[in-house]
Write a protein that binds this ligand. Structure first.
Ligand code: FAD
Length: 463
């Protein structure tokens, strides 16, 4: 039996980042992880592998569509799927080994195996029971199932199976037009798969800015993805190596069936807390399965905390990381703060989609008077040179004070561009502050400045 200041259960972005911060603050720390490798969903079967496949297929698309226009003659590119998978696995390996290295560097123990909490202050891993003054649950999430649909991870897959298919399917039905479905759907569409996305709501990416939704759907359609919106999937049947997806349109109750080699079920994720013994311990869990915590990530059981995907809030790696840092600093007696109003969300399609803060719909509903400034990438010289002129930047600012309330970007590098707006919001900046900041030319960032010029009422220059 070993004794620690902190034991964290789960080594995803919440758990491993929290552990490093604990160690930096002088706390004796261990992490329990049941997987073969560290890094959680994000590094093993989430953010990182999906981005590797998005990167390689985006370059394929670029080669096929834009190379000749720029005078680059390389012949028709060929896809070696096995090698693409090997590249993806190599990227995963480098990242998970990187976390292992950081654990060693920070003297964090990896307790290998699945952990449970038999009582406050104790964590059981296999036959061993370890002691800890503080226990942090960072056990993450898993795909939520659709009733009546059986996942075999070969024909009917979750994102995990979709990242590791044996071959590129000719046809794919994606159930759910959220972030994961659209990212993986666009990977396969670029590889030549006929992708049809079936979504229950009337729009893709529910909850997102409406103008972004419309333009995003148009762009994805141009890339070959088909959409069936307002459709309730009734069931999925598999026979040999094929599947049939039946759905009912909400507007007229008409029913139809789609054939597919692969069906990707991407209808959201739910907290994963199996086997931790939370029930017996008396830890309060909401109806949605999220561990309930206070503003300091404390559960109702003293000495037990929870962070990341297994608590409320957006299921994002950077949100989990920030909570990991905050819980560590709180345990060490500091007074950390996570600003949930400034957590960016990014979709890594081509072009990327990024947002932070309020949408127009939210501001209207709250009766908050705002000004909006938009700028199309068509007016940005760099974007035109790079065949990346689809999309726009939209900044929303308080009508009276000009303080930035939200931003929505669809366009090149949107996932990076959003951060100057996040920093501005963190400092309580006005749109005029961004607009009066000199931006290098020619960069995509100039589009952000132009949108800020428009939002502040000064007027964009290149519009
Ligand atoms: P997780 O990363 O889920 O890690 C939890 C870990 O705990 C797991 O390794 C699990 O094995 C371990 N564990 C659970 N129970 C126990 C136990 N009892 N004992 C021992 N170990 C245990 N987010 C982004 O921000 N950007 C993206 O681009 C992005 N892309 C994604 C793409 C896909 C396909 C998926 C599925 C998710 C993506 N996400 C993305 C979401 C992101 O992966 C999660 O928000 C993030 O991993 C949550 O981190 P976490 O630390 O809470 O939990």
């Amino acid at each position: 039996m070993a004794s620690y200041d902190v034991i964290i259960i789960g080594s995803g972005p919440g758990g491993y980042v929290g552990a490093i911060r604990c160690a930096q603050l002088g706390l004796k720390t261990a992490v329990v992880e049941g997987r073969e490798t560290l890094g959680g969903t994000c590094l093993n079967i989430g953010c990182i592998p999906s981005k590797a496949l998005l990167h390689s297929t985006e370059l394929l698309h670029e080669t096929e569509h834009n190379f000749e226009k720029m005078g680059l003659k390389v012949g028709a590119p060929k896809v070696d799927w096995k090698q693409m998978q090997a590249y993806k696995d190599d990227v995963i390996g480098q990242n998970t080994k990187g976390v292992e290295f950081l654990f060693k560097k920070n003297k964090i123990d990896w307790l290998k195996g699945w952990g449970s909490i038999p009582e406050a202050g104790k964590v059981k891993v296999g036959d061993e029971v370890h002691e800890a003054k503080h226990i942090v649950v960072a056990s993450g999430s898993e795909p939520s199932a659709l009733p009546g649909i059986e996942v075999d991870e070969k024909i009917v897959v979750t994102s995990e199976g979709a990242l590791a298919l044996g071959k590129i399917p000719k046809t794919m039905v994606v159930i759910g037009a959220g972030v994961i479905g659209l990212e993986l759907g666009s990977v396969y569409a670029r590889l030549g798969t006929k992708v049809t996305v079936v979504e229950y709501m009337e729009t893709i990416t529910p909850g997102m800015d409406a103008e972004v939704q419309r333009q995003f759907q148009k762009i994805l359609k141009k890339q070959g993805l088909e959409f069936i919106l307002g459709a309730a999937v009734q069931g999925v049947e598999t026979a040999k190596s094929k599947a049939k997806v039946s759905y009912k349109l909400k507007k007229d109750d008409s029913e139809a069936v789609l054939d597919a080699d692969v069906v990707l079920v991407s209808t959201g994720r739910k907290p994963y807390t199996d086997g931790l013994g939370l029930d017996a311990l008396g830890v309060k869990v909401s109806e949605r399965g999220q561990i309930e915590v206070d503003g300091h990530y404390r559960t109702n059981v003293e000495g037990v905390y929870a962070i990341g995907d297994c608590i409320a809030g957006p299921m994002l790696a950077h949100k989990a990381e920030d909570e990991g840092i905050a819980v560590a600093e709180g345990i060490a007696g500091q007074h950390p703060h996570v600003n949930y109003d400034v957590i960016p969300g990014v979709i890594y399609t081509h072009p990327e989609v990024a947002s932070v803060g309020k949408t127009e719909a939210e501001l209207k509903e709250a009766g908050h008077a705002y000004r909006k400034g938009s700028f199309q990438f068509m007016g940005n010289g760099r974007a035109r040179a790079n065949f990346a002129a689809d999309g726009f930047v939209k900044i929303l600012a308080d009508k009276e004070t000009d303080r930035i309330l939200g931003a929505h970007i669809i366009g090149p590098m949107a996932g990076d561009l959003i951060h100057e707006i996040c920093v501005a919001m963190e400092f309580g900046a006005a749109a005029e502050d961004l607009a009066r900041t000199c931006h290098a030319h020619p960069t995509y960032s100039e589009a952000v400045r132009e949108a800020a010029l428009a939002a502040s009422g000064m007027g964009a220059i290149h519009a």
